[in-house]
Unconditional design. Sequence first.
Length: 331
Amino acid sequence: MLSVDLYRGEDALRRDRERVLRRTWQFMGHDSQTPATGDYLADVIGGAPVVVVRKADGEIAAFHNVCRHRAGALVADGAGNCGEAFTCRYHGWRYALDGRLRNAIDFGASEGFDPRNYGLFPVRLEAWRGLLFVNLDLEASPLANLIAPLAARWPDGQAAFPLTERRSHRIACNWKTYVENYLEGYHLPMVHPEFDADVVVAGYRTEVVDRVIFASAPPRDASVYGGLWGWLWPNLGVNVYRHGYMIERMTAVGPTETRLDYFYFFDPARTAELAAMLKVSDLVTAQDLQVCEEVQRNLEAGIYRGGVLSPKHENGVGWFQDRIEGALSSV
Ligand code: FES
């Protein structure tokens, strides 16, 4: 079991960001969200502002959302279009969409200023099935290495569904508290009793394949959830259903605050199925929110000092904790 101190306090969050969240592939959004030149998505990744942008050549690039002059923001967090260049919101330096500094107002060669020394800080960006991932570690191994076990099980011939719906929730717990809950089905009978009408909860299993954890349970007739349930190290759920799939990003916003962003990619003709799924999803999230916030409160109370994991049900949690421990002790 991880030390309780890893689930609380600014120090724990700082170490998670440095050793885990800034060294791993983090989901930013979907290719279809930036169709035109200058379209961008900006978010905070591992505590660092990042922007991805569609360049004039049609490719997408990623940068730190940080001006090289005095650290102003190029764009506000969220989605938008910056035209043919980024213009810093502080003093107006302009950067081409490939990151080169194009115009630093009132700086010139006569002052010995060379704009080539002030391009934007790059961020790794790779895509899979239109899903955009960034990595702040420029030396990270390719995204394909992480994705491989999921790609191998992705349903053959599944359509490229559009981004149909988004949901966000705030939850007052450490991000690892939430991830651990996500990685086990031991709690299903108590917390989500209605699941058993859809799948055989007694048959719920988790399987670790490299850095992907799969969950499965025998579906009942007309199951909504029957499909492929996956999770990618360190904080992304990927669930494939009959008429679409859903991405769940788990972002550490603070030491005891996590934001869940759900992206639904669904067959637009299946509005009734999507509505039914959203209803179940909202209920499940509310149920998980309650138990995770109660666990977090107890972790912070200072009485609990670590327990024991079920070998049958909590192998995924054990793997995650070992991996966190390894990452935090790495240099
Ligand atoms: Fe960007 Fe000054 S901080 S132009």
